[in-house]
Design a binder for this molecule. Structure first.
Ligand code: FMN
Length: 305
């Protein structure tokens, strides 16, 4: 009932983990029932190890979470030798997520992931707001086109491009990614935000600003998913504040093929199975399907295109 395809990638479910919010070892999946998770999207890996930003790196607010982890990871070599072998035991397709500082970094990461049998698809994180230059490729159409074209040239695996919400219009970036060979678009990374402590007169995060995620961003990302889905023909993967089955179906109606769940997992590690159970029930109660609901949003007045 929940089976979904993102291009050539066949999934048991439209619910995916969001990069950076879920572990990679099979024990992290112990909270989930078989068939509930569509794919495991892993944290961004960069060519060289990164310590990330200094603490404090995470702060909660009533609408969600602000993070400035800064892409902490042990680098590609560690990943290849230590993480990749563990992925063979993961019972769902694994999506590796690539980060970088230059076009060459992204191409090297894509080529490396392409060579790993454990990796079913590659997500390019072109949109991390918490590292210097992290959004240079998702806020400049020409830079995005070049990096996607060059990454496309080194892999036949499904190539997903994760876009930034921190732009005036996402449409030119979405269309450029599609024209450059992306197989799907993840909409979107976190929104740049800030929390301050008025007593200390300082930002709460050591980085000053951070990426907003969780329920507060959902209406904004829903609008971006809708705009993107109308502008491209490749699948759109929603990522922003989904925490229950109704949220997932809202995204599907707006045009999403799949939905990543991130911040909600921190509160309820089993939330993906809860969502899957409710999704099946809702689809049955309404006698409908994901295919029927996808991009079925009825706009209150005629649109020009
Ligand atoms: C603590 C934390 C770490 C994250 N790390 C990454 C990352 O390494 N790479 C990436 O592409 N996105 C990262 N993200 C963004 C999420 O993948 C997701 O796009 C975003 O949080 C919106 O979804 P959510 O509201 O369901 O969390 C991170 C988000 C959080 C909260």
């Amino acid at each position: 009932m929940l089976r979904t395809a993102i291009g050539s990638l066949e999934l048991d479910s439209p619910i995916l983990t969001a990069s950076g919010t879920f572990g990679h070892d099979p024990s992290a999946l112990a909270f989930l029932q078989p068939g509930d998770l569509g794919a495991l999207v892993l944290k961004t890996v960069t060519r060289e190890p990164r310590f990330g930003n200094p603490p404090q790196r995470l702060a909660e607010f009533p609408g969600g979470l602000l993070n400035a982890i800064g892409l902490e990871n042990k680098g590609l070599e560690y990943w290849r030798e230590t993480v990749a072998p563990q992925l063979a035991a993961v019972p769902v397709p694994v999506v590796a997520n690539a980060g970088g500082h230059s076009t060459a970094d992204y191409v090297a990461m894509t080529a490396a992931f392409d060579a790993m049998a454990e990796v079913a698809a590659i997500e390019l994180n072109l949109s991390c707001p918490n590292v210097e230059g992290g959004t240079q490729f998702s806020t400049d159409v020409a830079a995005l086109e070049l990096v996607v074209q060059l990454c496309r040239a080194v892999t036949n695996k499904p190539l997903w491009v994760k876009l930034s919400p921190n732009v005036a219009s996402i449409v030119p970036f979405a269309q450029a990614a599609e024209a450059s060979g992306a197989d799907a678009l993840t909409v979107a990374n976190t929104l740049i935000g800030m929390l301050v402590n008025w007593r200390t007169r300082r930002p709460v995060l050591a980085n000053g600003t951070g990426g907003m995620s969780g329920p507060a961003v959902r209406p904004l990302v829903l609008r971006l998913v809708w705009e993107t889905a109308r502008a491209v023909t490749i699948p759109v993967i929603a990522s922003g504040g989904a925490s229950n089955a109704e949220d997932v179906l809202d995204y599907v109606v707006a045009g999403a093929t799949a939905v990543q769940v991130g911040t909600a997992v921190f509160r309820r590690p089993g939330v993906i199975s809860e969502i899957a159970t409710d999704l099946r029930r809702l689809l049955q109660e309404e006698n409908t399907s994901l295919q029927e609901l996808r991009a079925s949003l009825v706009w209150p007045f005629p649109l020009s295109c």
